[in-house]
Design a protein around this ligand. Structure first.
Ligand SMILES: NC(=O)c1ccc[n+]([C@@H]2O[C@H](COP(=O)([O-])OP(=O)(O)OC[C@H]3O[C@@H](n4cnc5c(N)ncnc54)[C@H](O)[C@@H]3O)[C@@H](O)[C@H]2O)c1
Length: 408
């Protein structure tokens, strides 16, 4: 009996000890968890910026202007902050001034861009995809070109023809979900949620063909004057940028980007000019005029953009969308060992290795953007972001003289 109760007591004691150990262990774990959870920070560095959105208790929060709105976005976080940064970079590229022309050698005087007082300023390259001209962003781009706020433009074929076509017929708001089968039956074309009647392209064909005819005659006349004109080593008469300038002259319409680029002698580069309706027109034209045909020299145009980049005192890129337009500007800036400022606005992602989605840091690795350049990528649809960016930068003040009269 006695030994039985001793065994029982021992068991009980062991159980109790086990219980206590368990408790102690749990308490220690809780203590550790508390340590992990309430781990102390290092002192907050002085240059940390506090996240702060709009304070709607302030009277200034109502009916805000673009500059103030963008300023509040800068401290909001995520893409709002990137958009705010894009505005800061654009303001910096516009503000930069180098030497006065009087301090320069005769050769230096011919290179890069100067402000109206004769100081060196940044050469600004603006690139945009075709669909942005189809959208109402065309009017924002036109404003920049009309006021000579940008120096070199790069776009794709649709960015040329859609600007011209809009002078001949309208583009309409539709819906992303409109079925293609019915649209095709109705002779309507869809770009996202925009609709373009096919008649507009018929109008375009009627408009462009007599111009192509005259361009061919001018080319042949130039060749007749100089038999070696079209041979290897001599210049072609037409280049994509020369042809685009001619279209700008012929359209003679103040609502057009091409018209203002022509007026202000701002080159529009479009190395893939044939990938659109213009290409179709050029294709048919070769049959109409066979065996003669218009020749376009893209090598001459690459000299224009590369030389502009090399000679720029500072180079800034503003690139809306990706693909050809993004790389063509970045590649030109490689010739100067990198742009000094870069603002990318696009929805592209980098995980697939695409150039369209590549961040500025990838371009730094290639020498297309300088390592110490100011740069940002805003991951946003350009029609949302760019009017806001322009309102807070280029259009934050009325230009001294708005060029031309807008009838829009
Ligand atoms: N209106 C048109 O879109 C149109 C008309 C005629 C011909 N085309 C031809 O289609 C071809 C492809 O067009 P593309 O090279 O101009 O570009 P794209 O439309 O193929 O776009 C290239 C990339 O830019 C980015 N992007 C495009 N739109 C954007 C937006 N609204 N916001 C943010 N990012 C955006 C995306 O990452 C996209 O993958 C070109 O050869 C062009 O001439 C287009």
């Amino acid at each position: 009996m006695g030994s039985d109760s001793t065994i029982k007591n021992d068991k009980q004691i062991k159980e109790n000890v086990k219980e206590v150990k368990k408790k102690v262990k749990k308490e220690r774990q809780v203590e550790n968890a508390e340590d992990f959870l309430f781990k102390r920070s290092i002192p907050v560095p002085d240059d940390f910026v506090k996240v702060q959105g709009i304070d709607y208790f302030q009277p200034s929060a109502f009916n805000m202007n673009a500059k103030d709105l963008v300023k509040s976005m800068r401290t909001t976080g995520y893409q709002a902050s990137s958009l705010g940064k894009a505005c800061e970079i654009i303001n910096e590229m516009r503000k930069w001034r180098g030497k006065h022309i009087s301090e320069l050698s005769d050769e230096e005087k011919t290179k890069g861009k100067f402000d109206e007082k004769g100081y060196q300023r940044t050469t600004i390259f603006l690139g945009y995809t075709s669909n942005l001209i189809s959208s109402g962003l065309r009017e924002t781009i036109r404003y920049l070109v009309q006021n000579k706020f940008v120096d070199i433009l790069v776009t794709t074929a649709g960015g040329i023809e859609e600007d011209l076509i809009k002078c001949l017929g309208s583009t309409y708001l539709g819906d992303f979900s409109l079925p293609g089968k019915q649209l095709r039956k109705d002779g309507m074309n869809r770009i996202g949620n925009l609709i373009i009647p096919n008649d507009n392209y018929v109008e375009f064909e009627n408009w462009i063909n007599p111009i192509l005819d005259r361009m061919l005659i001018e080319q042949e006349e130039a060749a007749a004057k100089d038999p070696k004109f079209l041979e290897y080593g001599t210049k072609s008469f037409w280049t994509p940028s020369k042809m685009i300038a001619r279209f700008g002259k012929e359209i003679n319409d103040e609502s057009s980007v091409l018209y203002w680029a022509y007026k202000n002698k701002i080159p529009i580069l479009c190395p893939a000019i044939t990938d659109g309706s213009i290409g179709d027109m050029l294709f048919f034209h070769t049959f109409k005029k066979s065996p003669k045909q218009i020749r376009l020299d893209i090598v001459h145009d690459v000299r224009i953009i590369d030389t502009a980049a090399i000679e720029a005192n500072h180079a800034g890129m503003i690139i809306l969308g990706g693909g050809l337009i993004k790389h063509h500007i970045a590649n030109a800036c490689l010739m100067r060992n990198g742009a000094d400022y870069a603002v990318y606005i696009n929805t592209g992602q980098e995980f697939d290795g695409s150039d369209a989605g590549a961040r500025p840091d990838e371009a730094i690795s290639w020498g297309k953007i300088k390592a110490d350049a100011l740069h940002t990528k805003v991951y946003v649809e350009a029609t949302v972001a760019f009017p806001l960016i322009v309102a807070a930068t280029f259009a934050s003040k009325k230009p001294k003289a708005i060029r031309g009269s807008s009838r829009l």
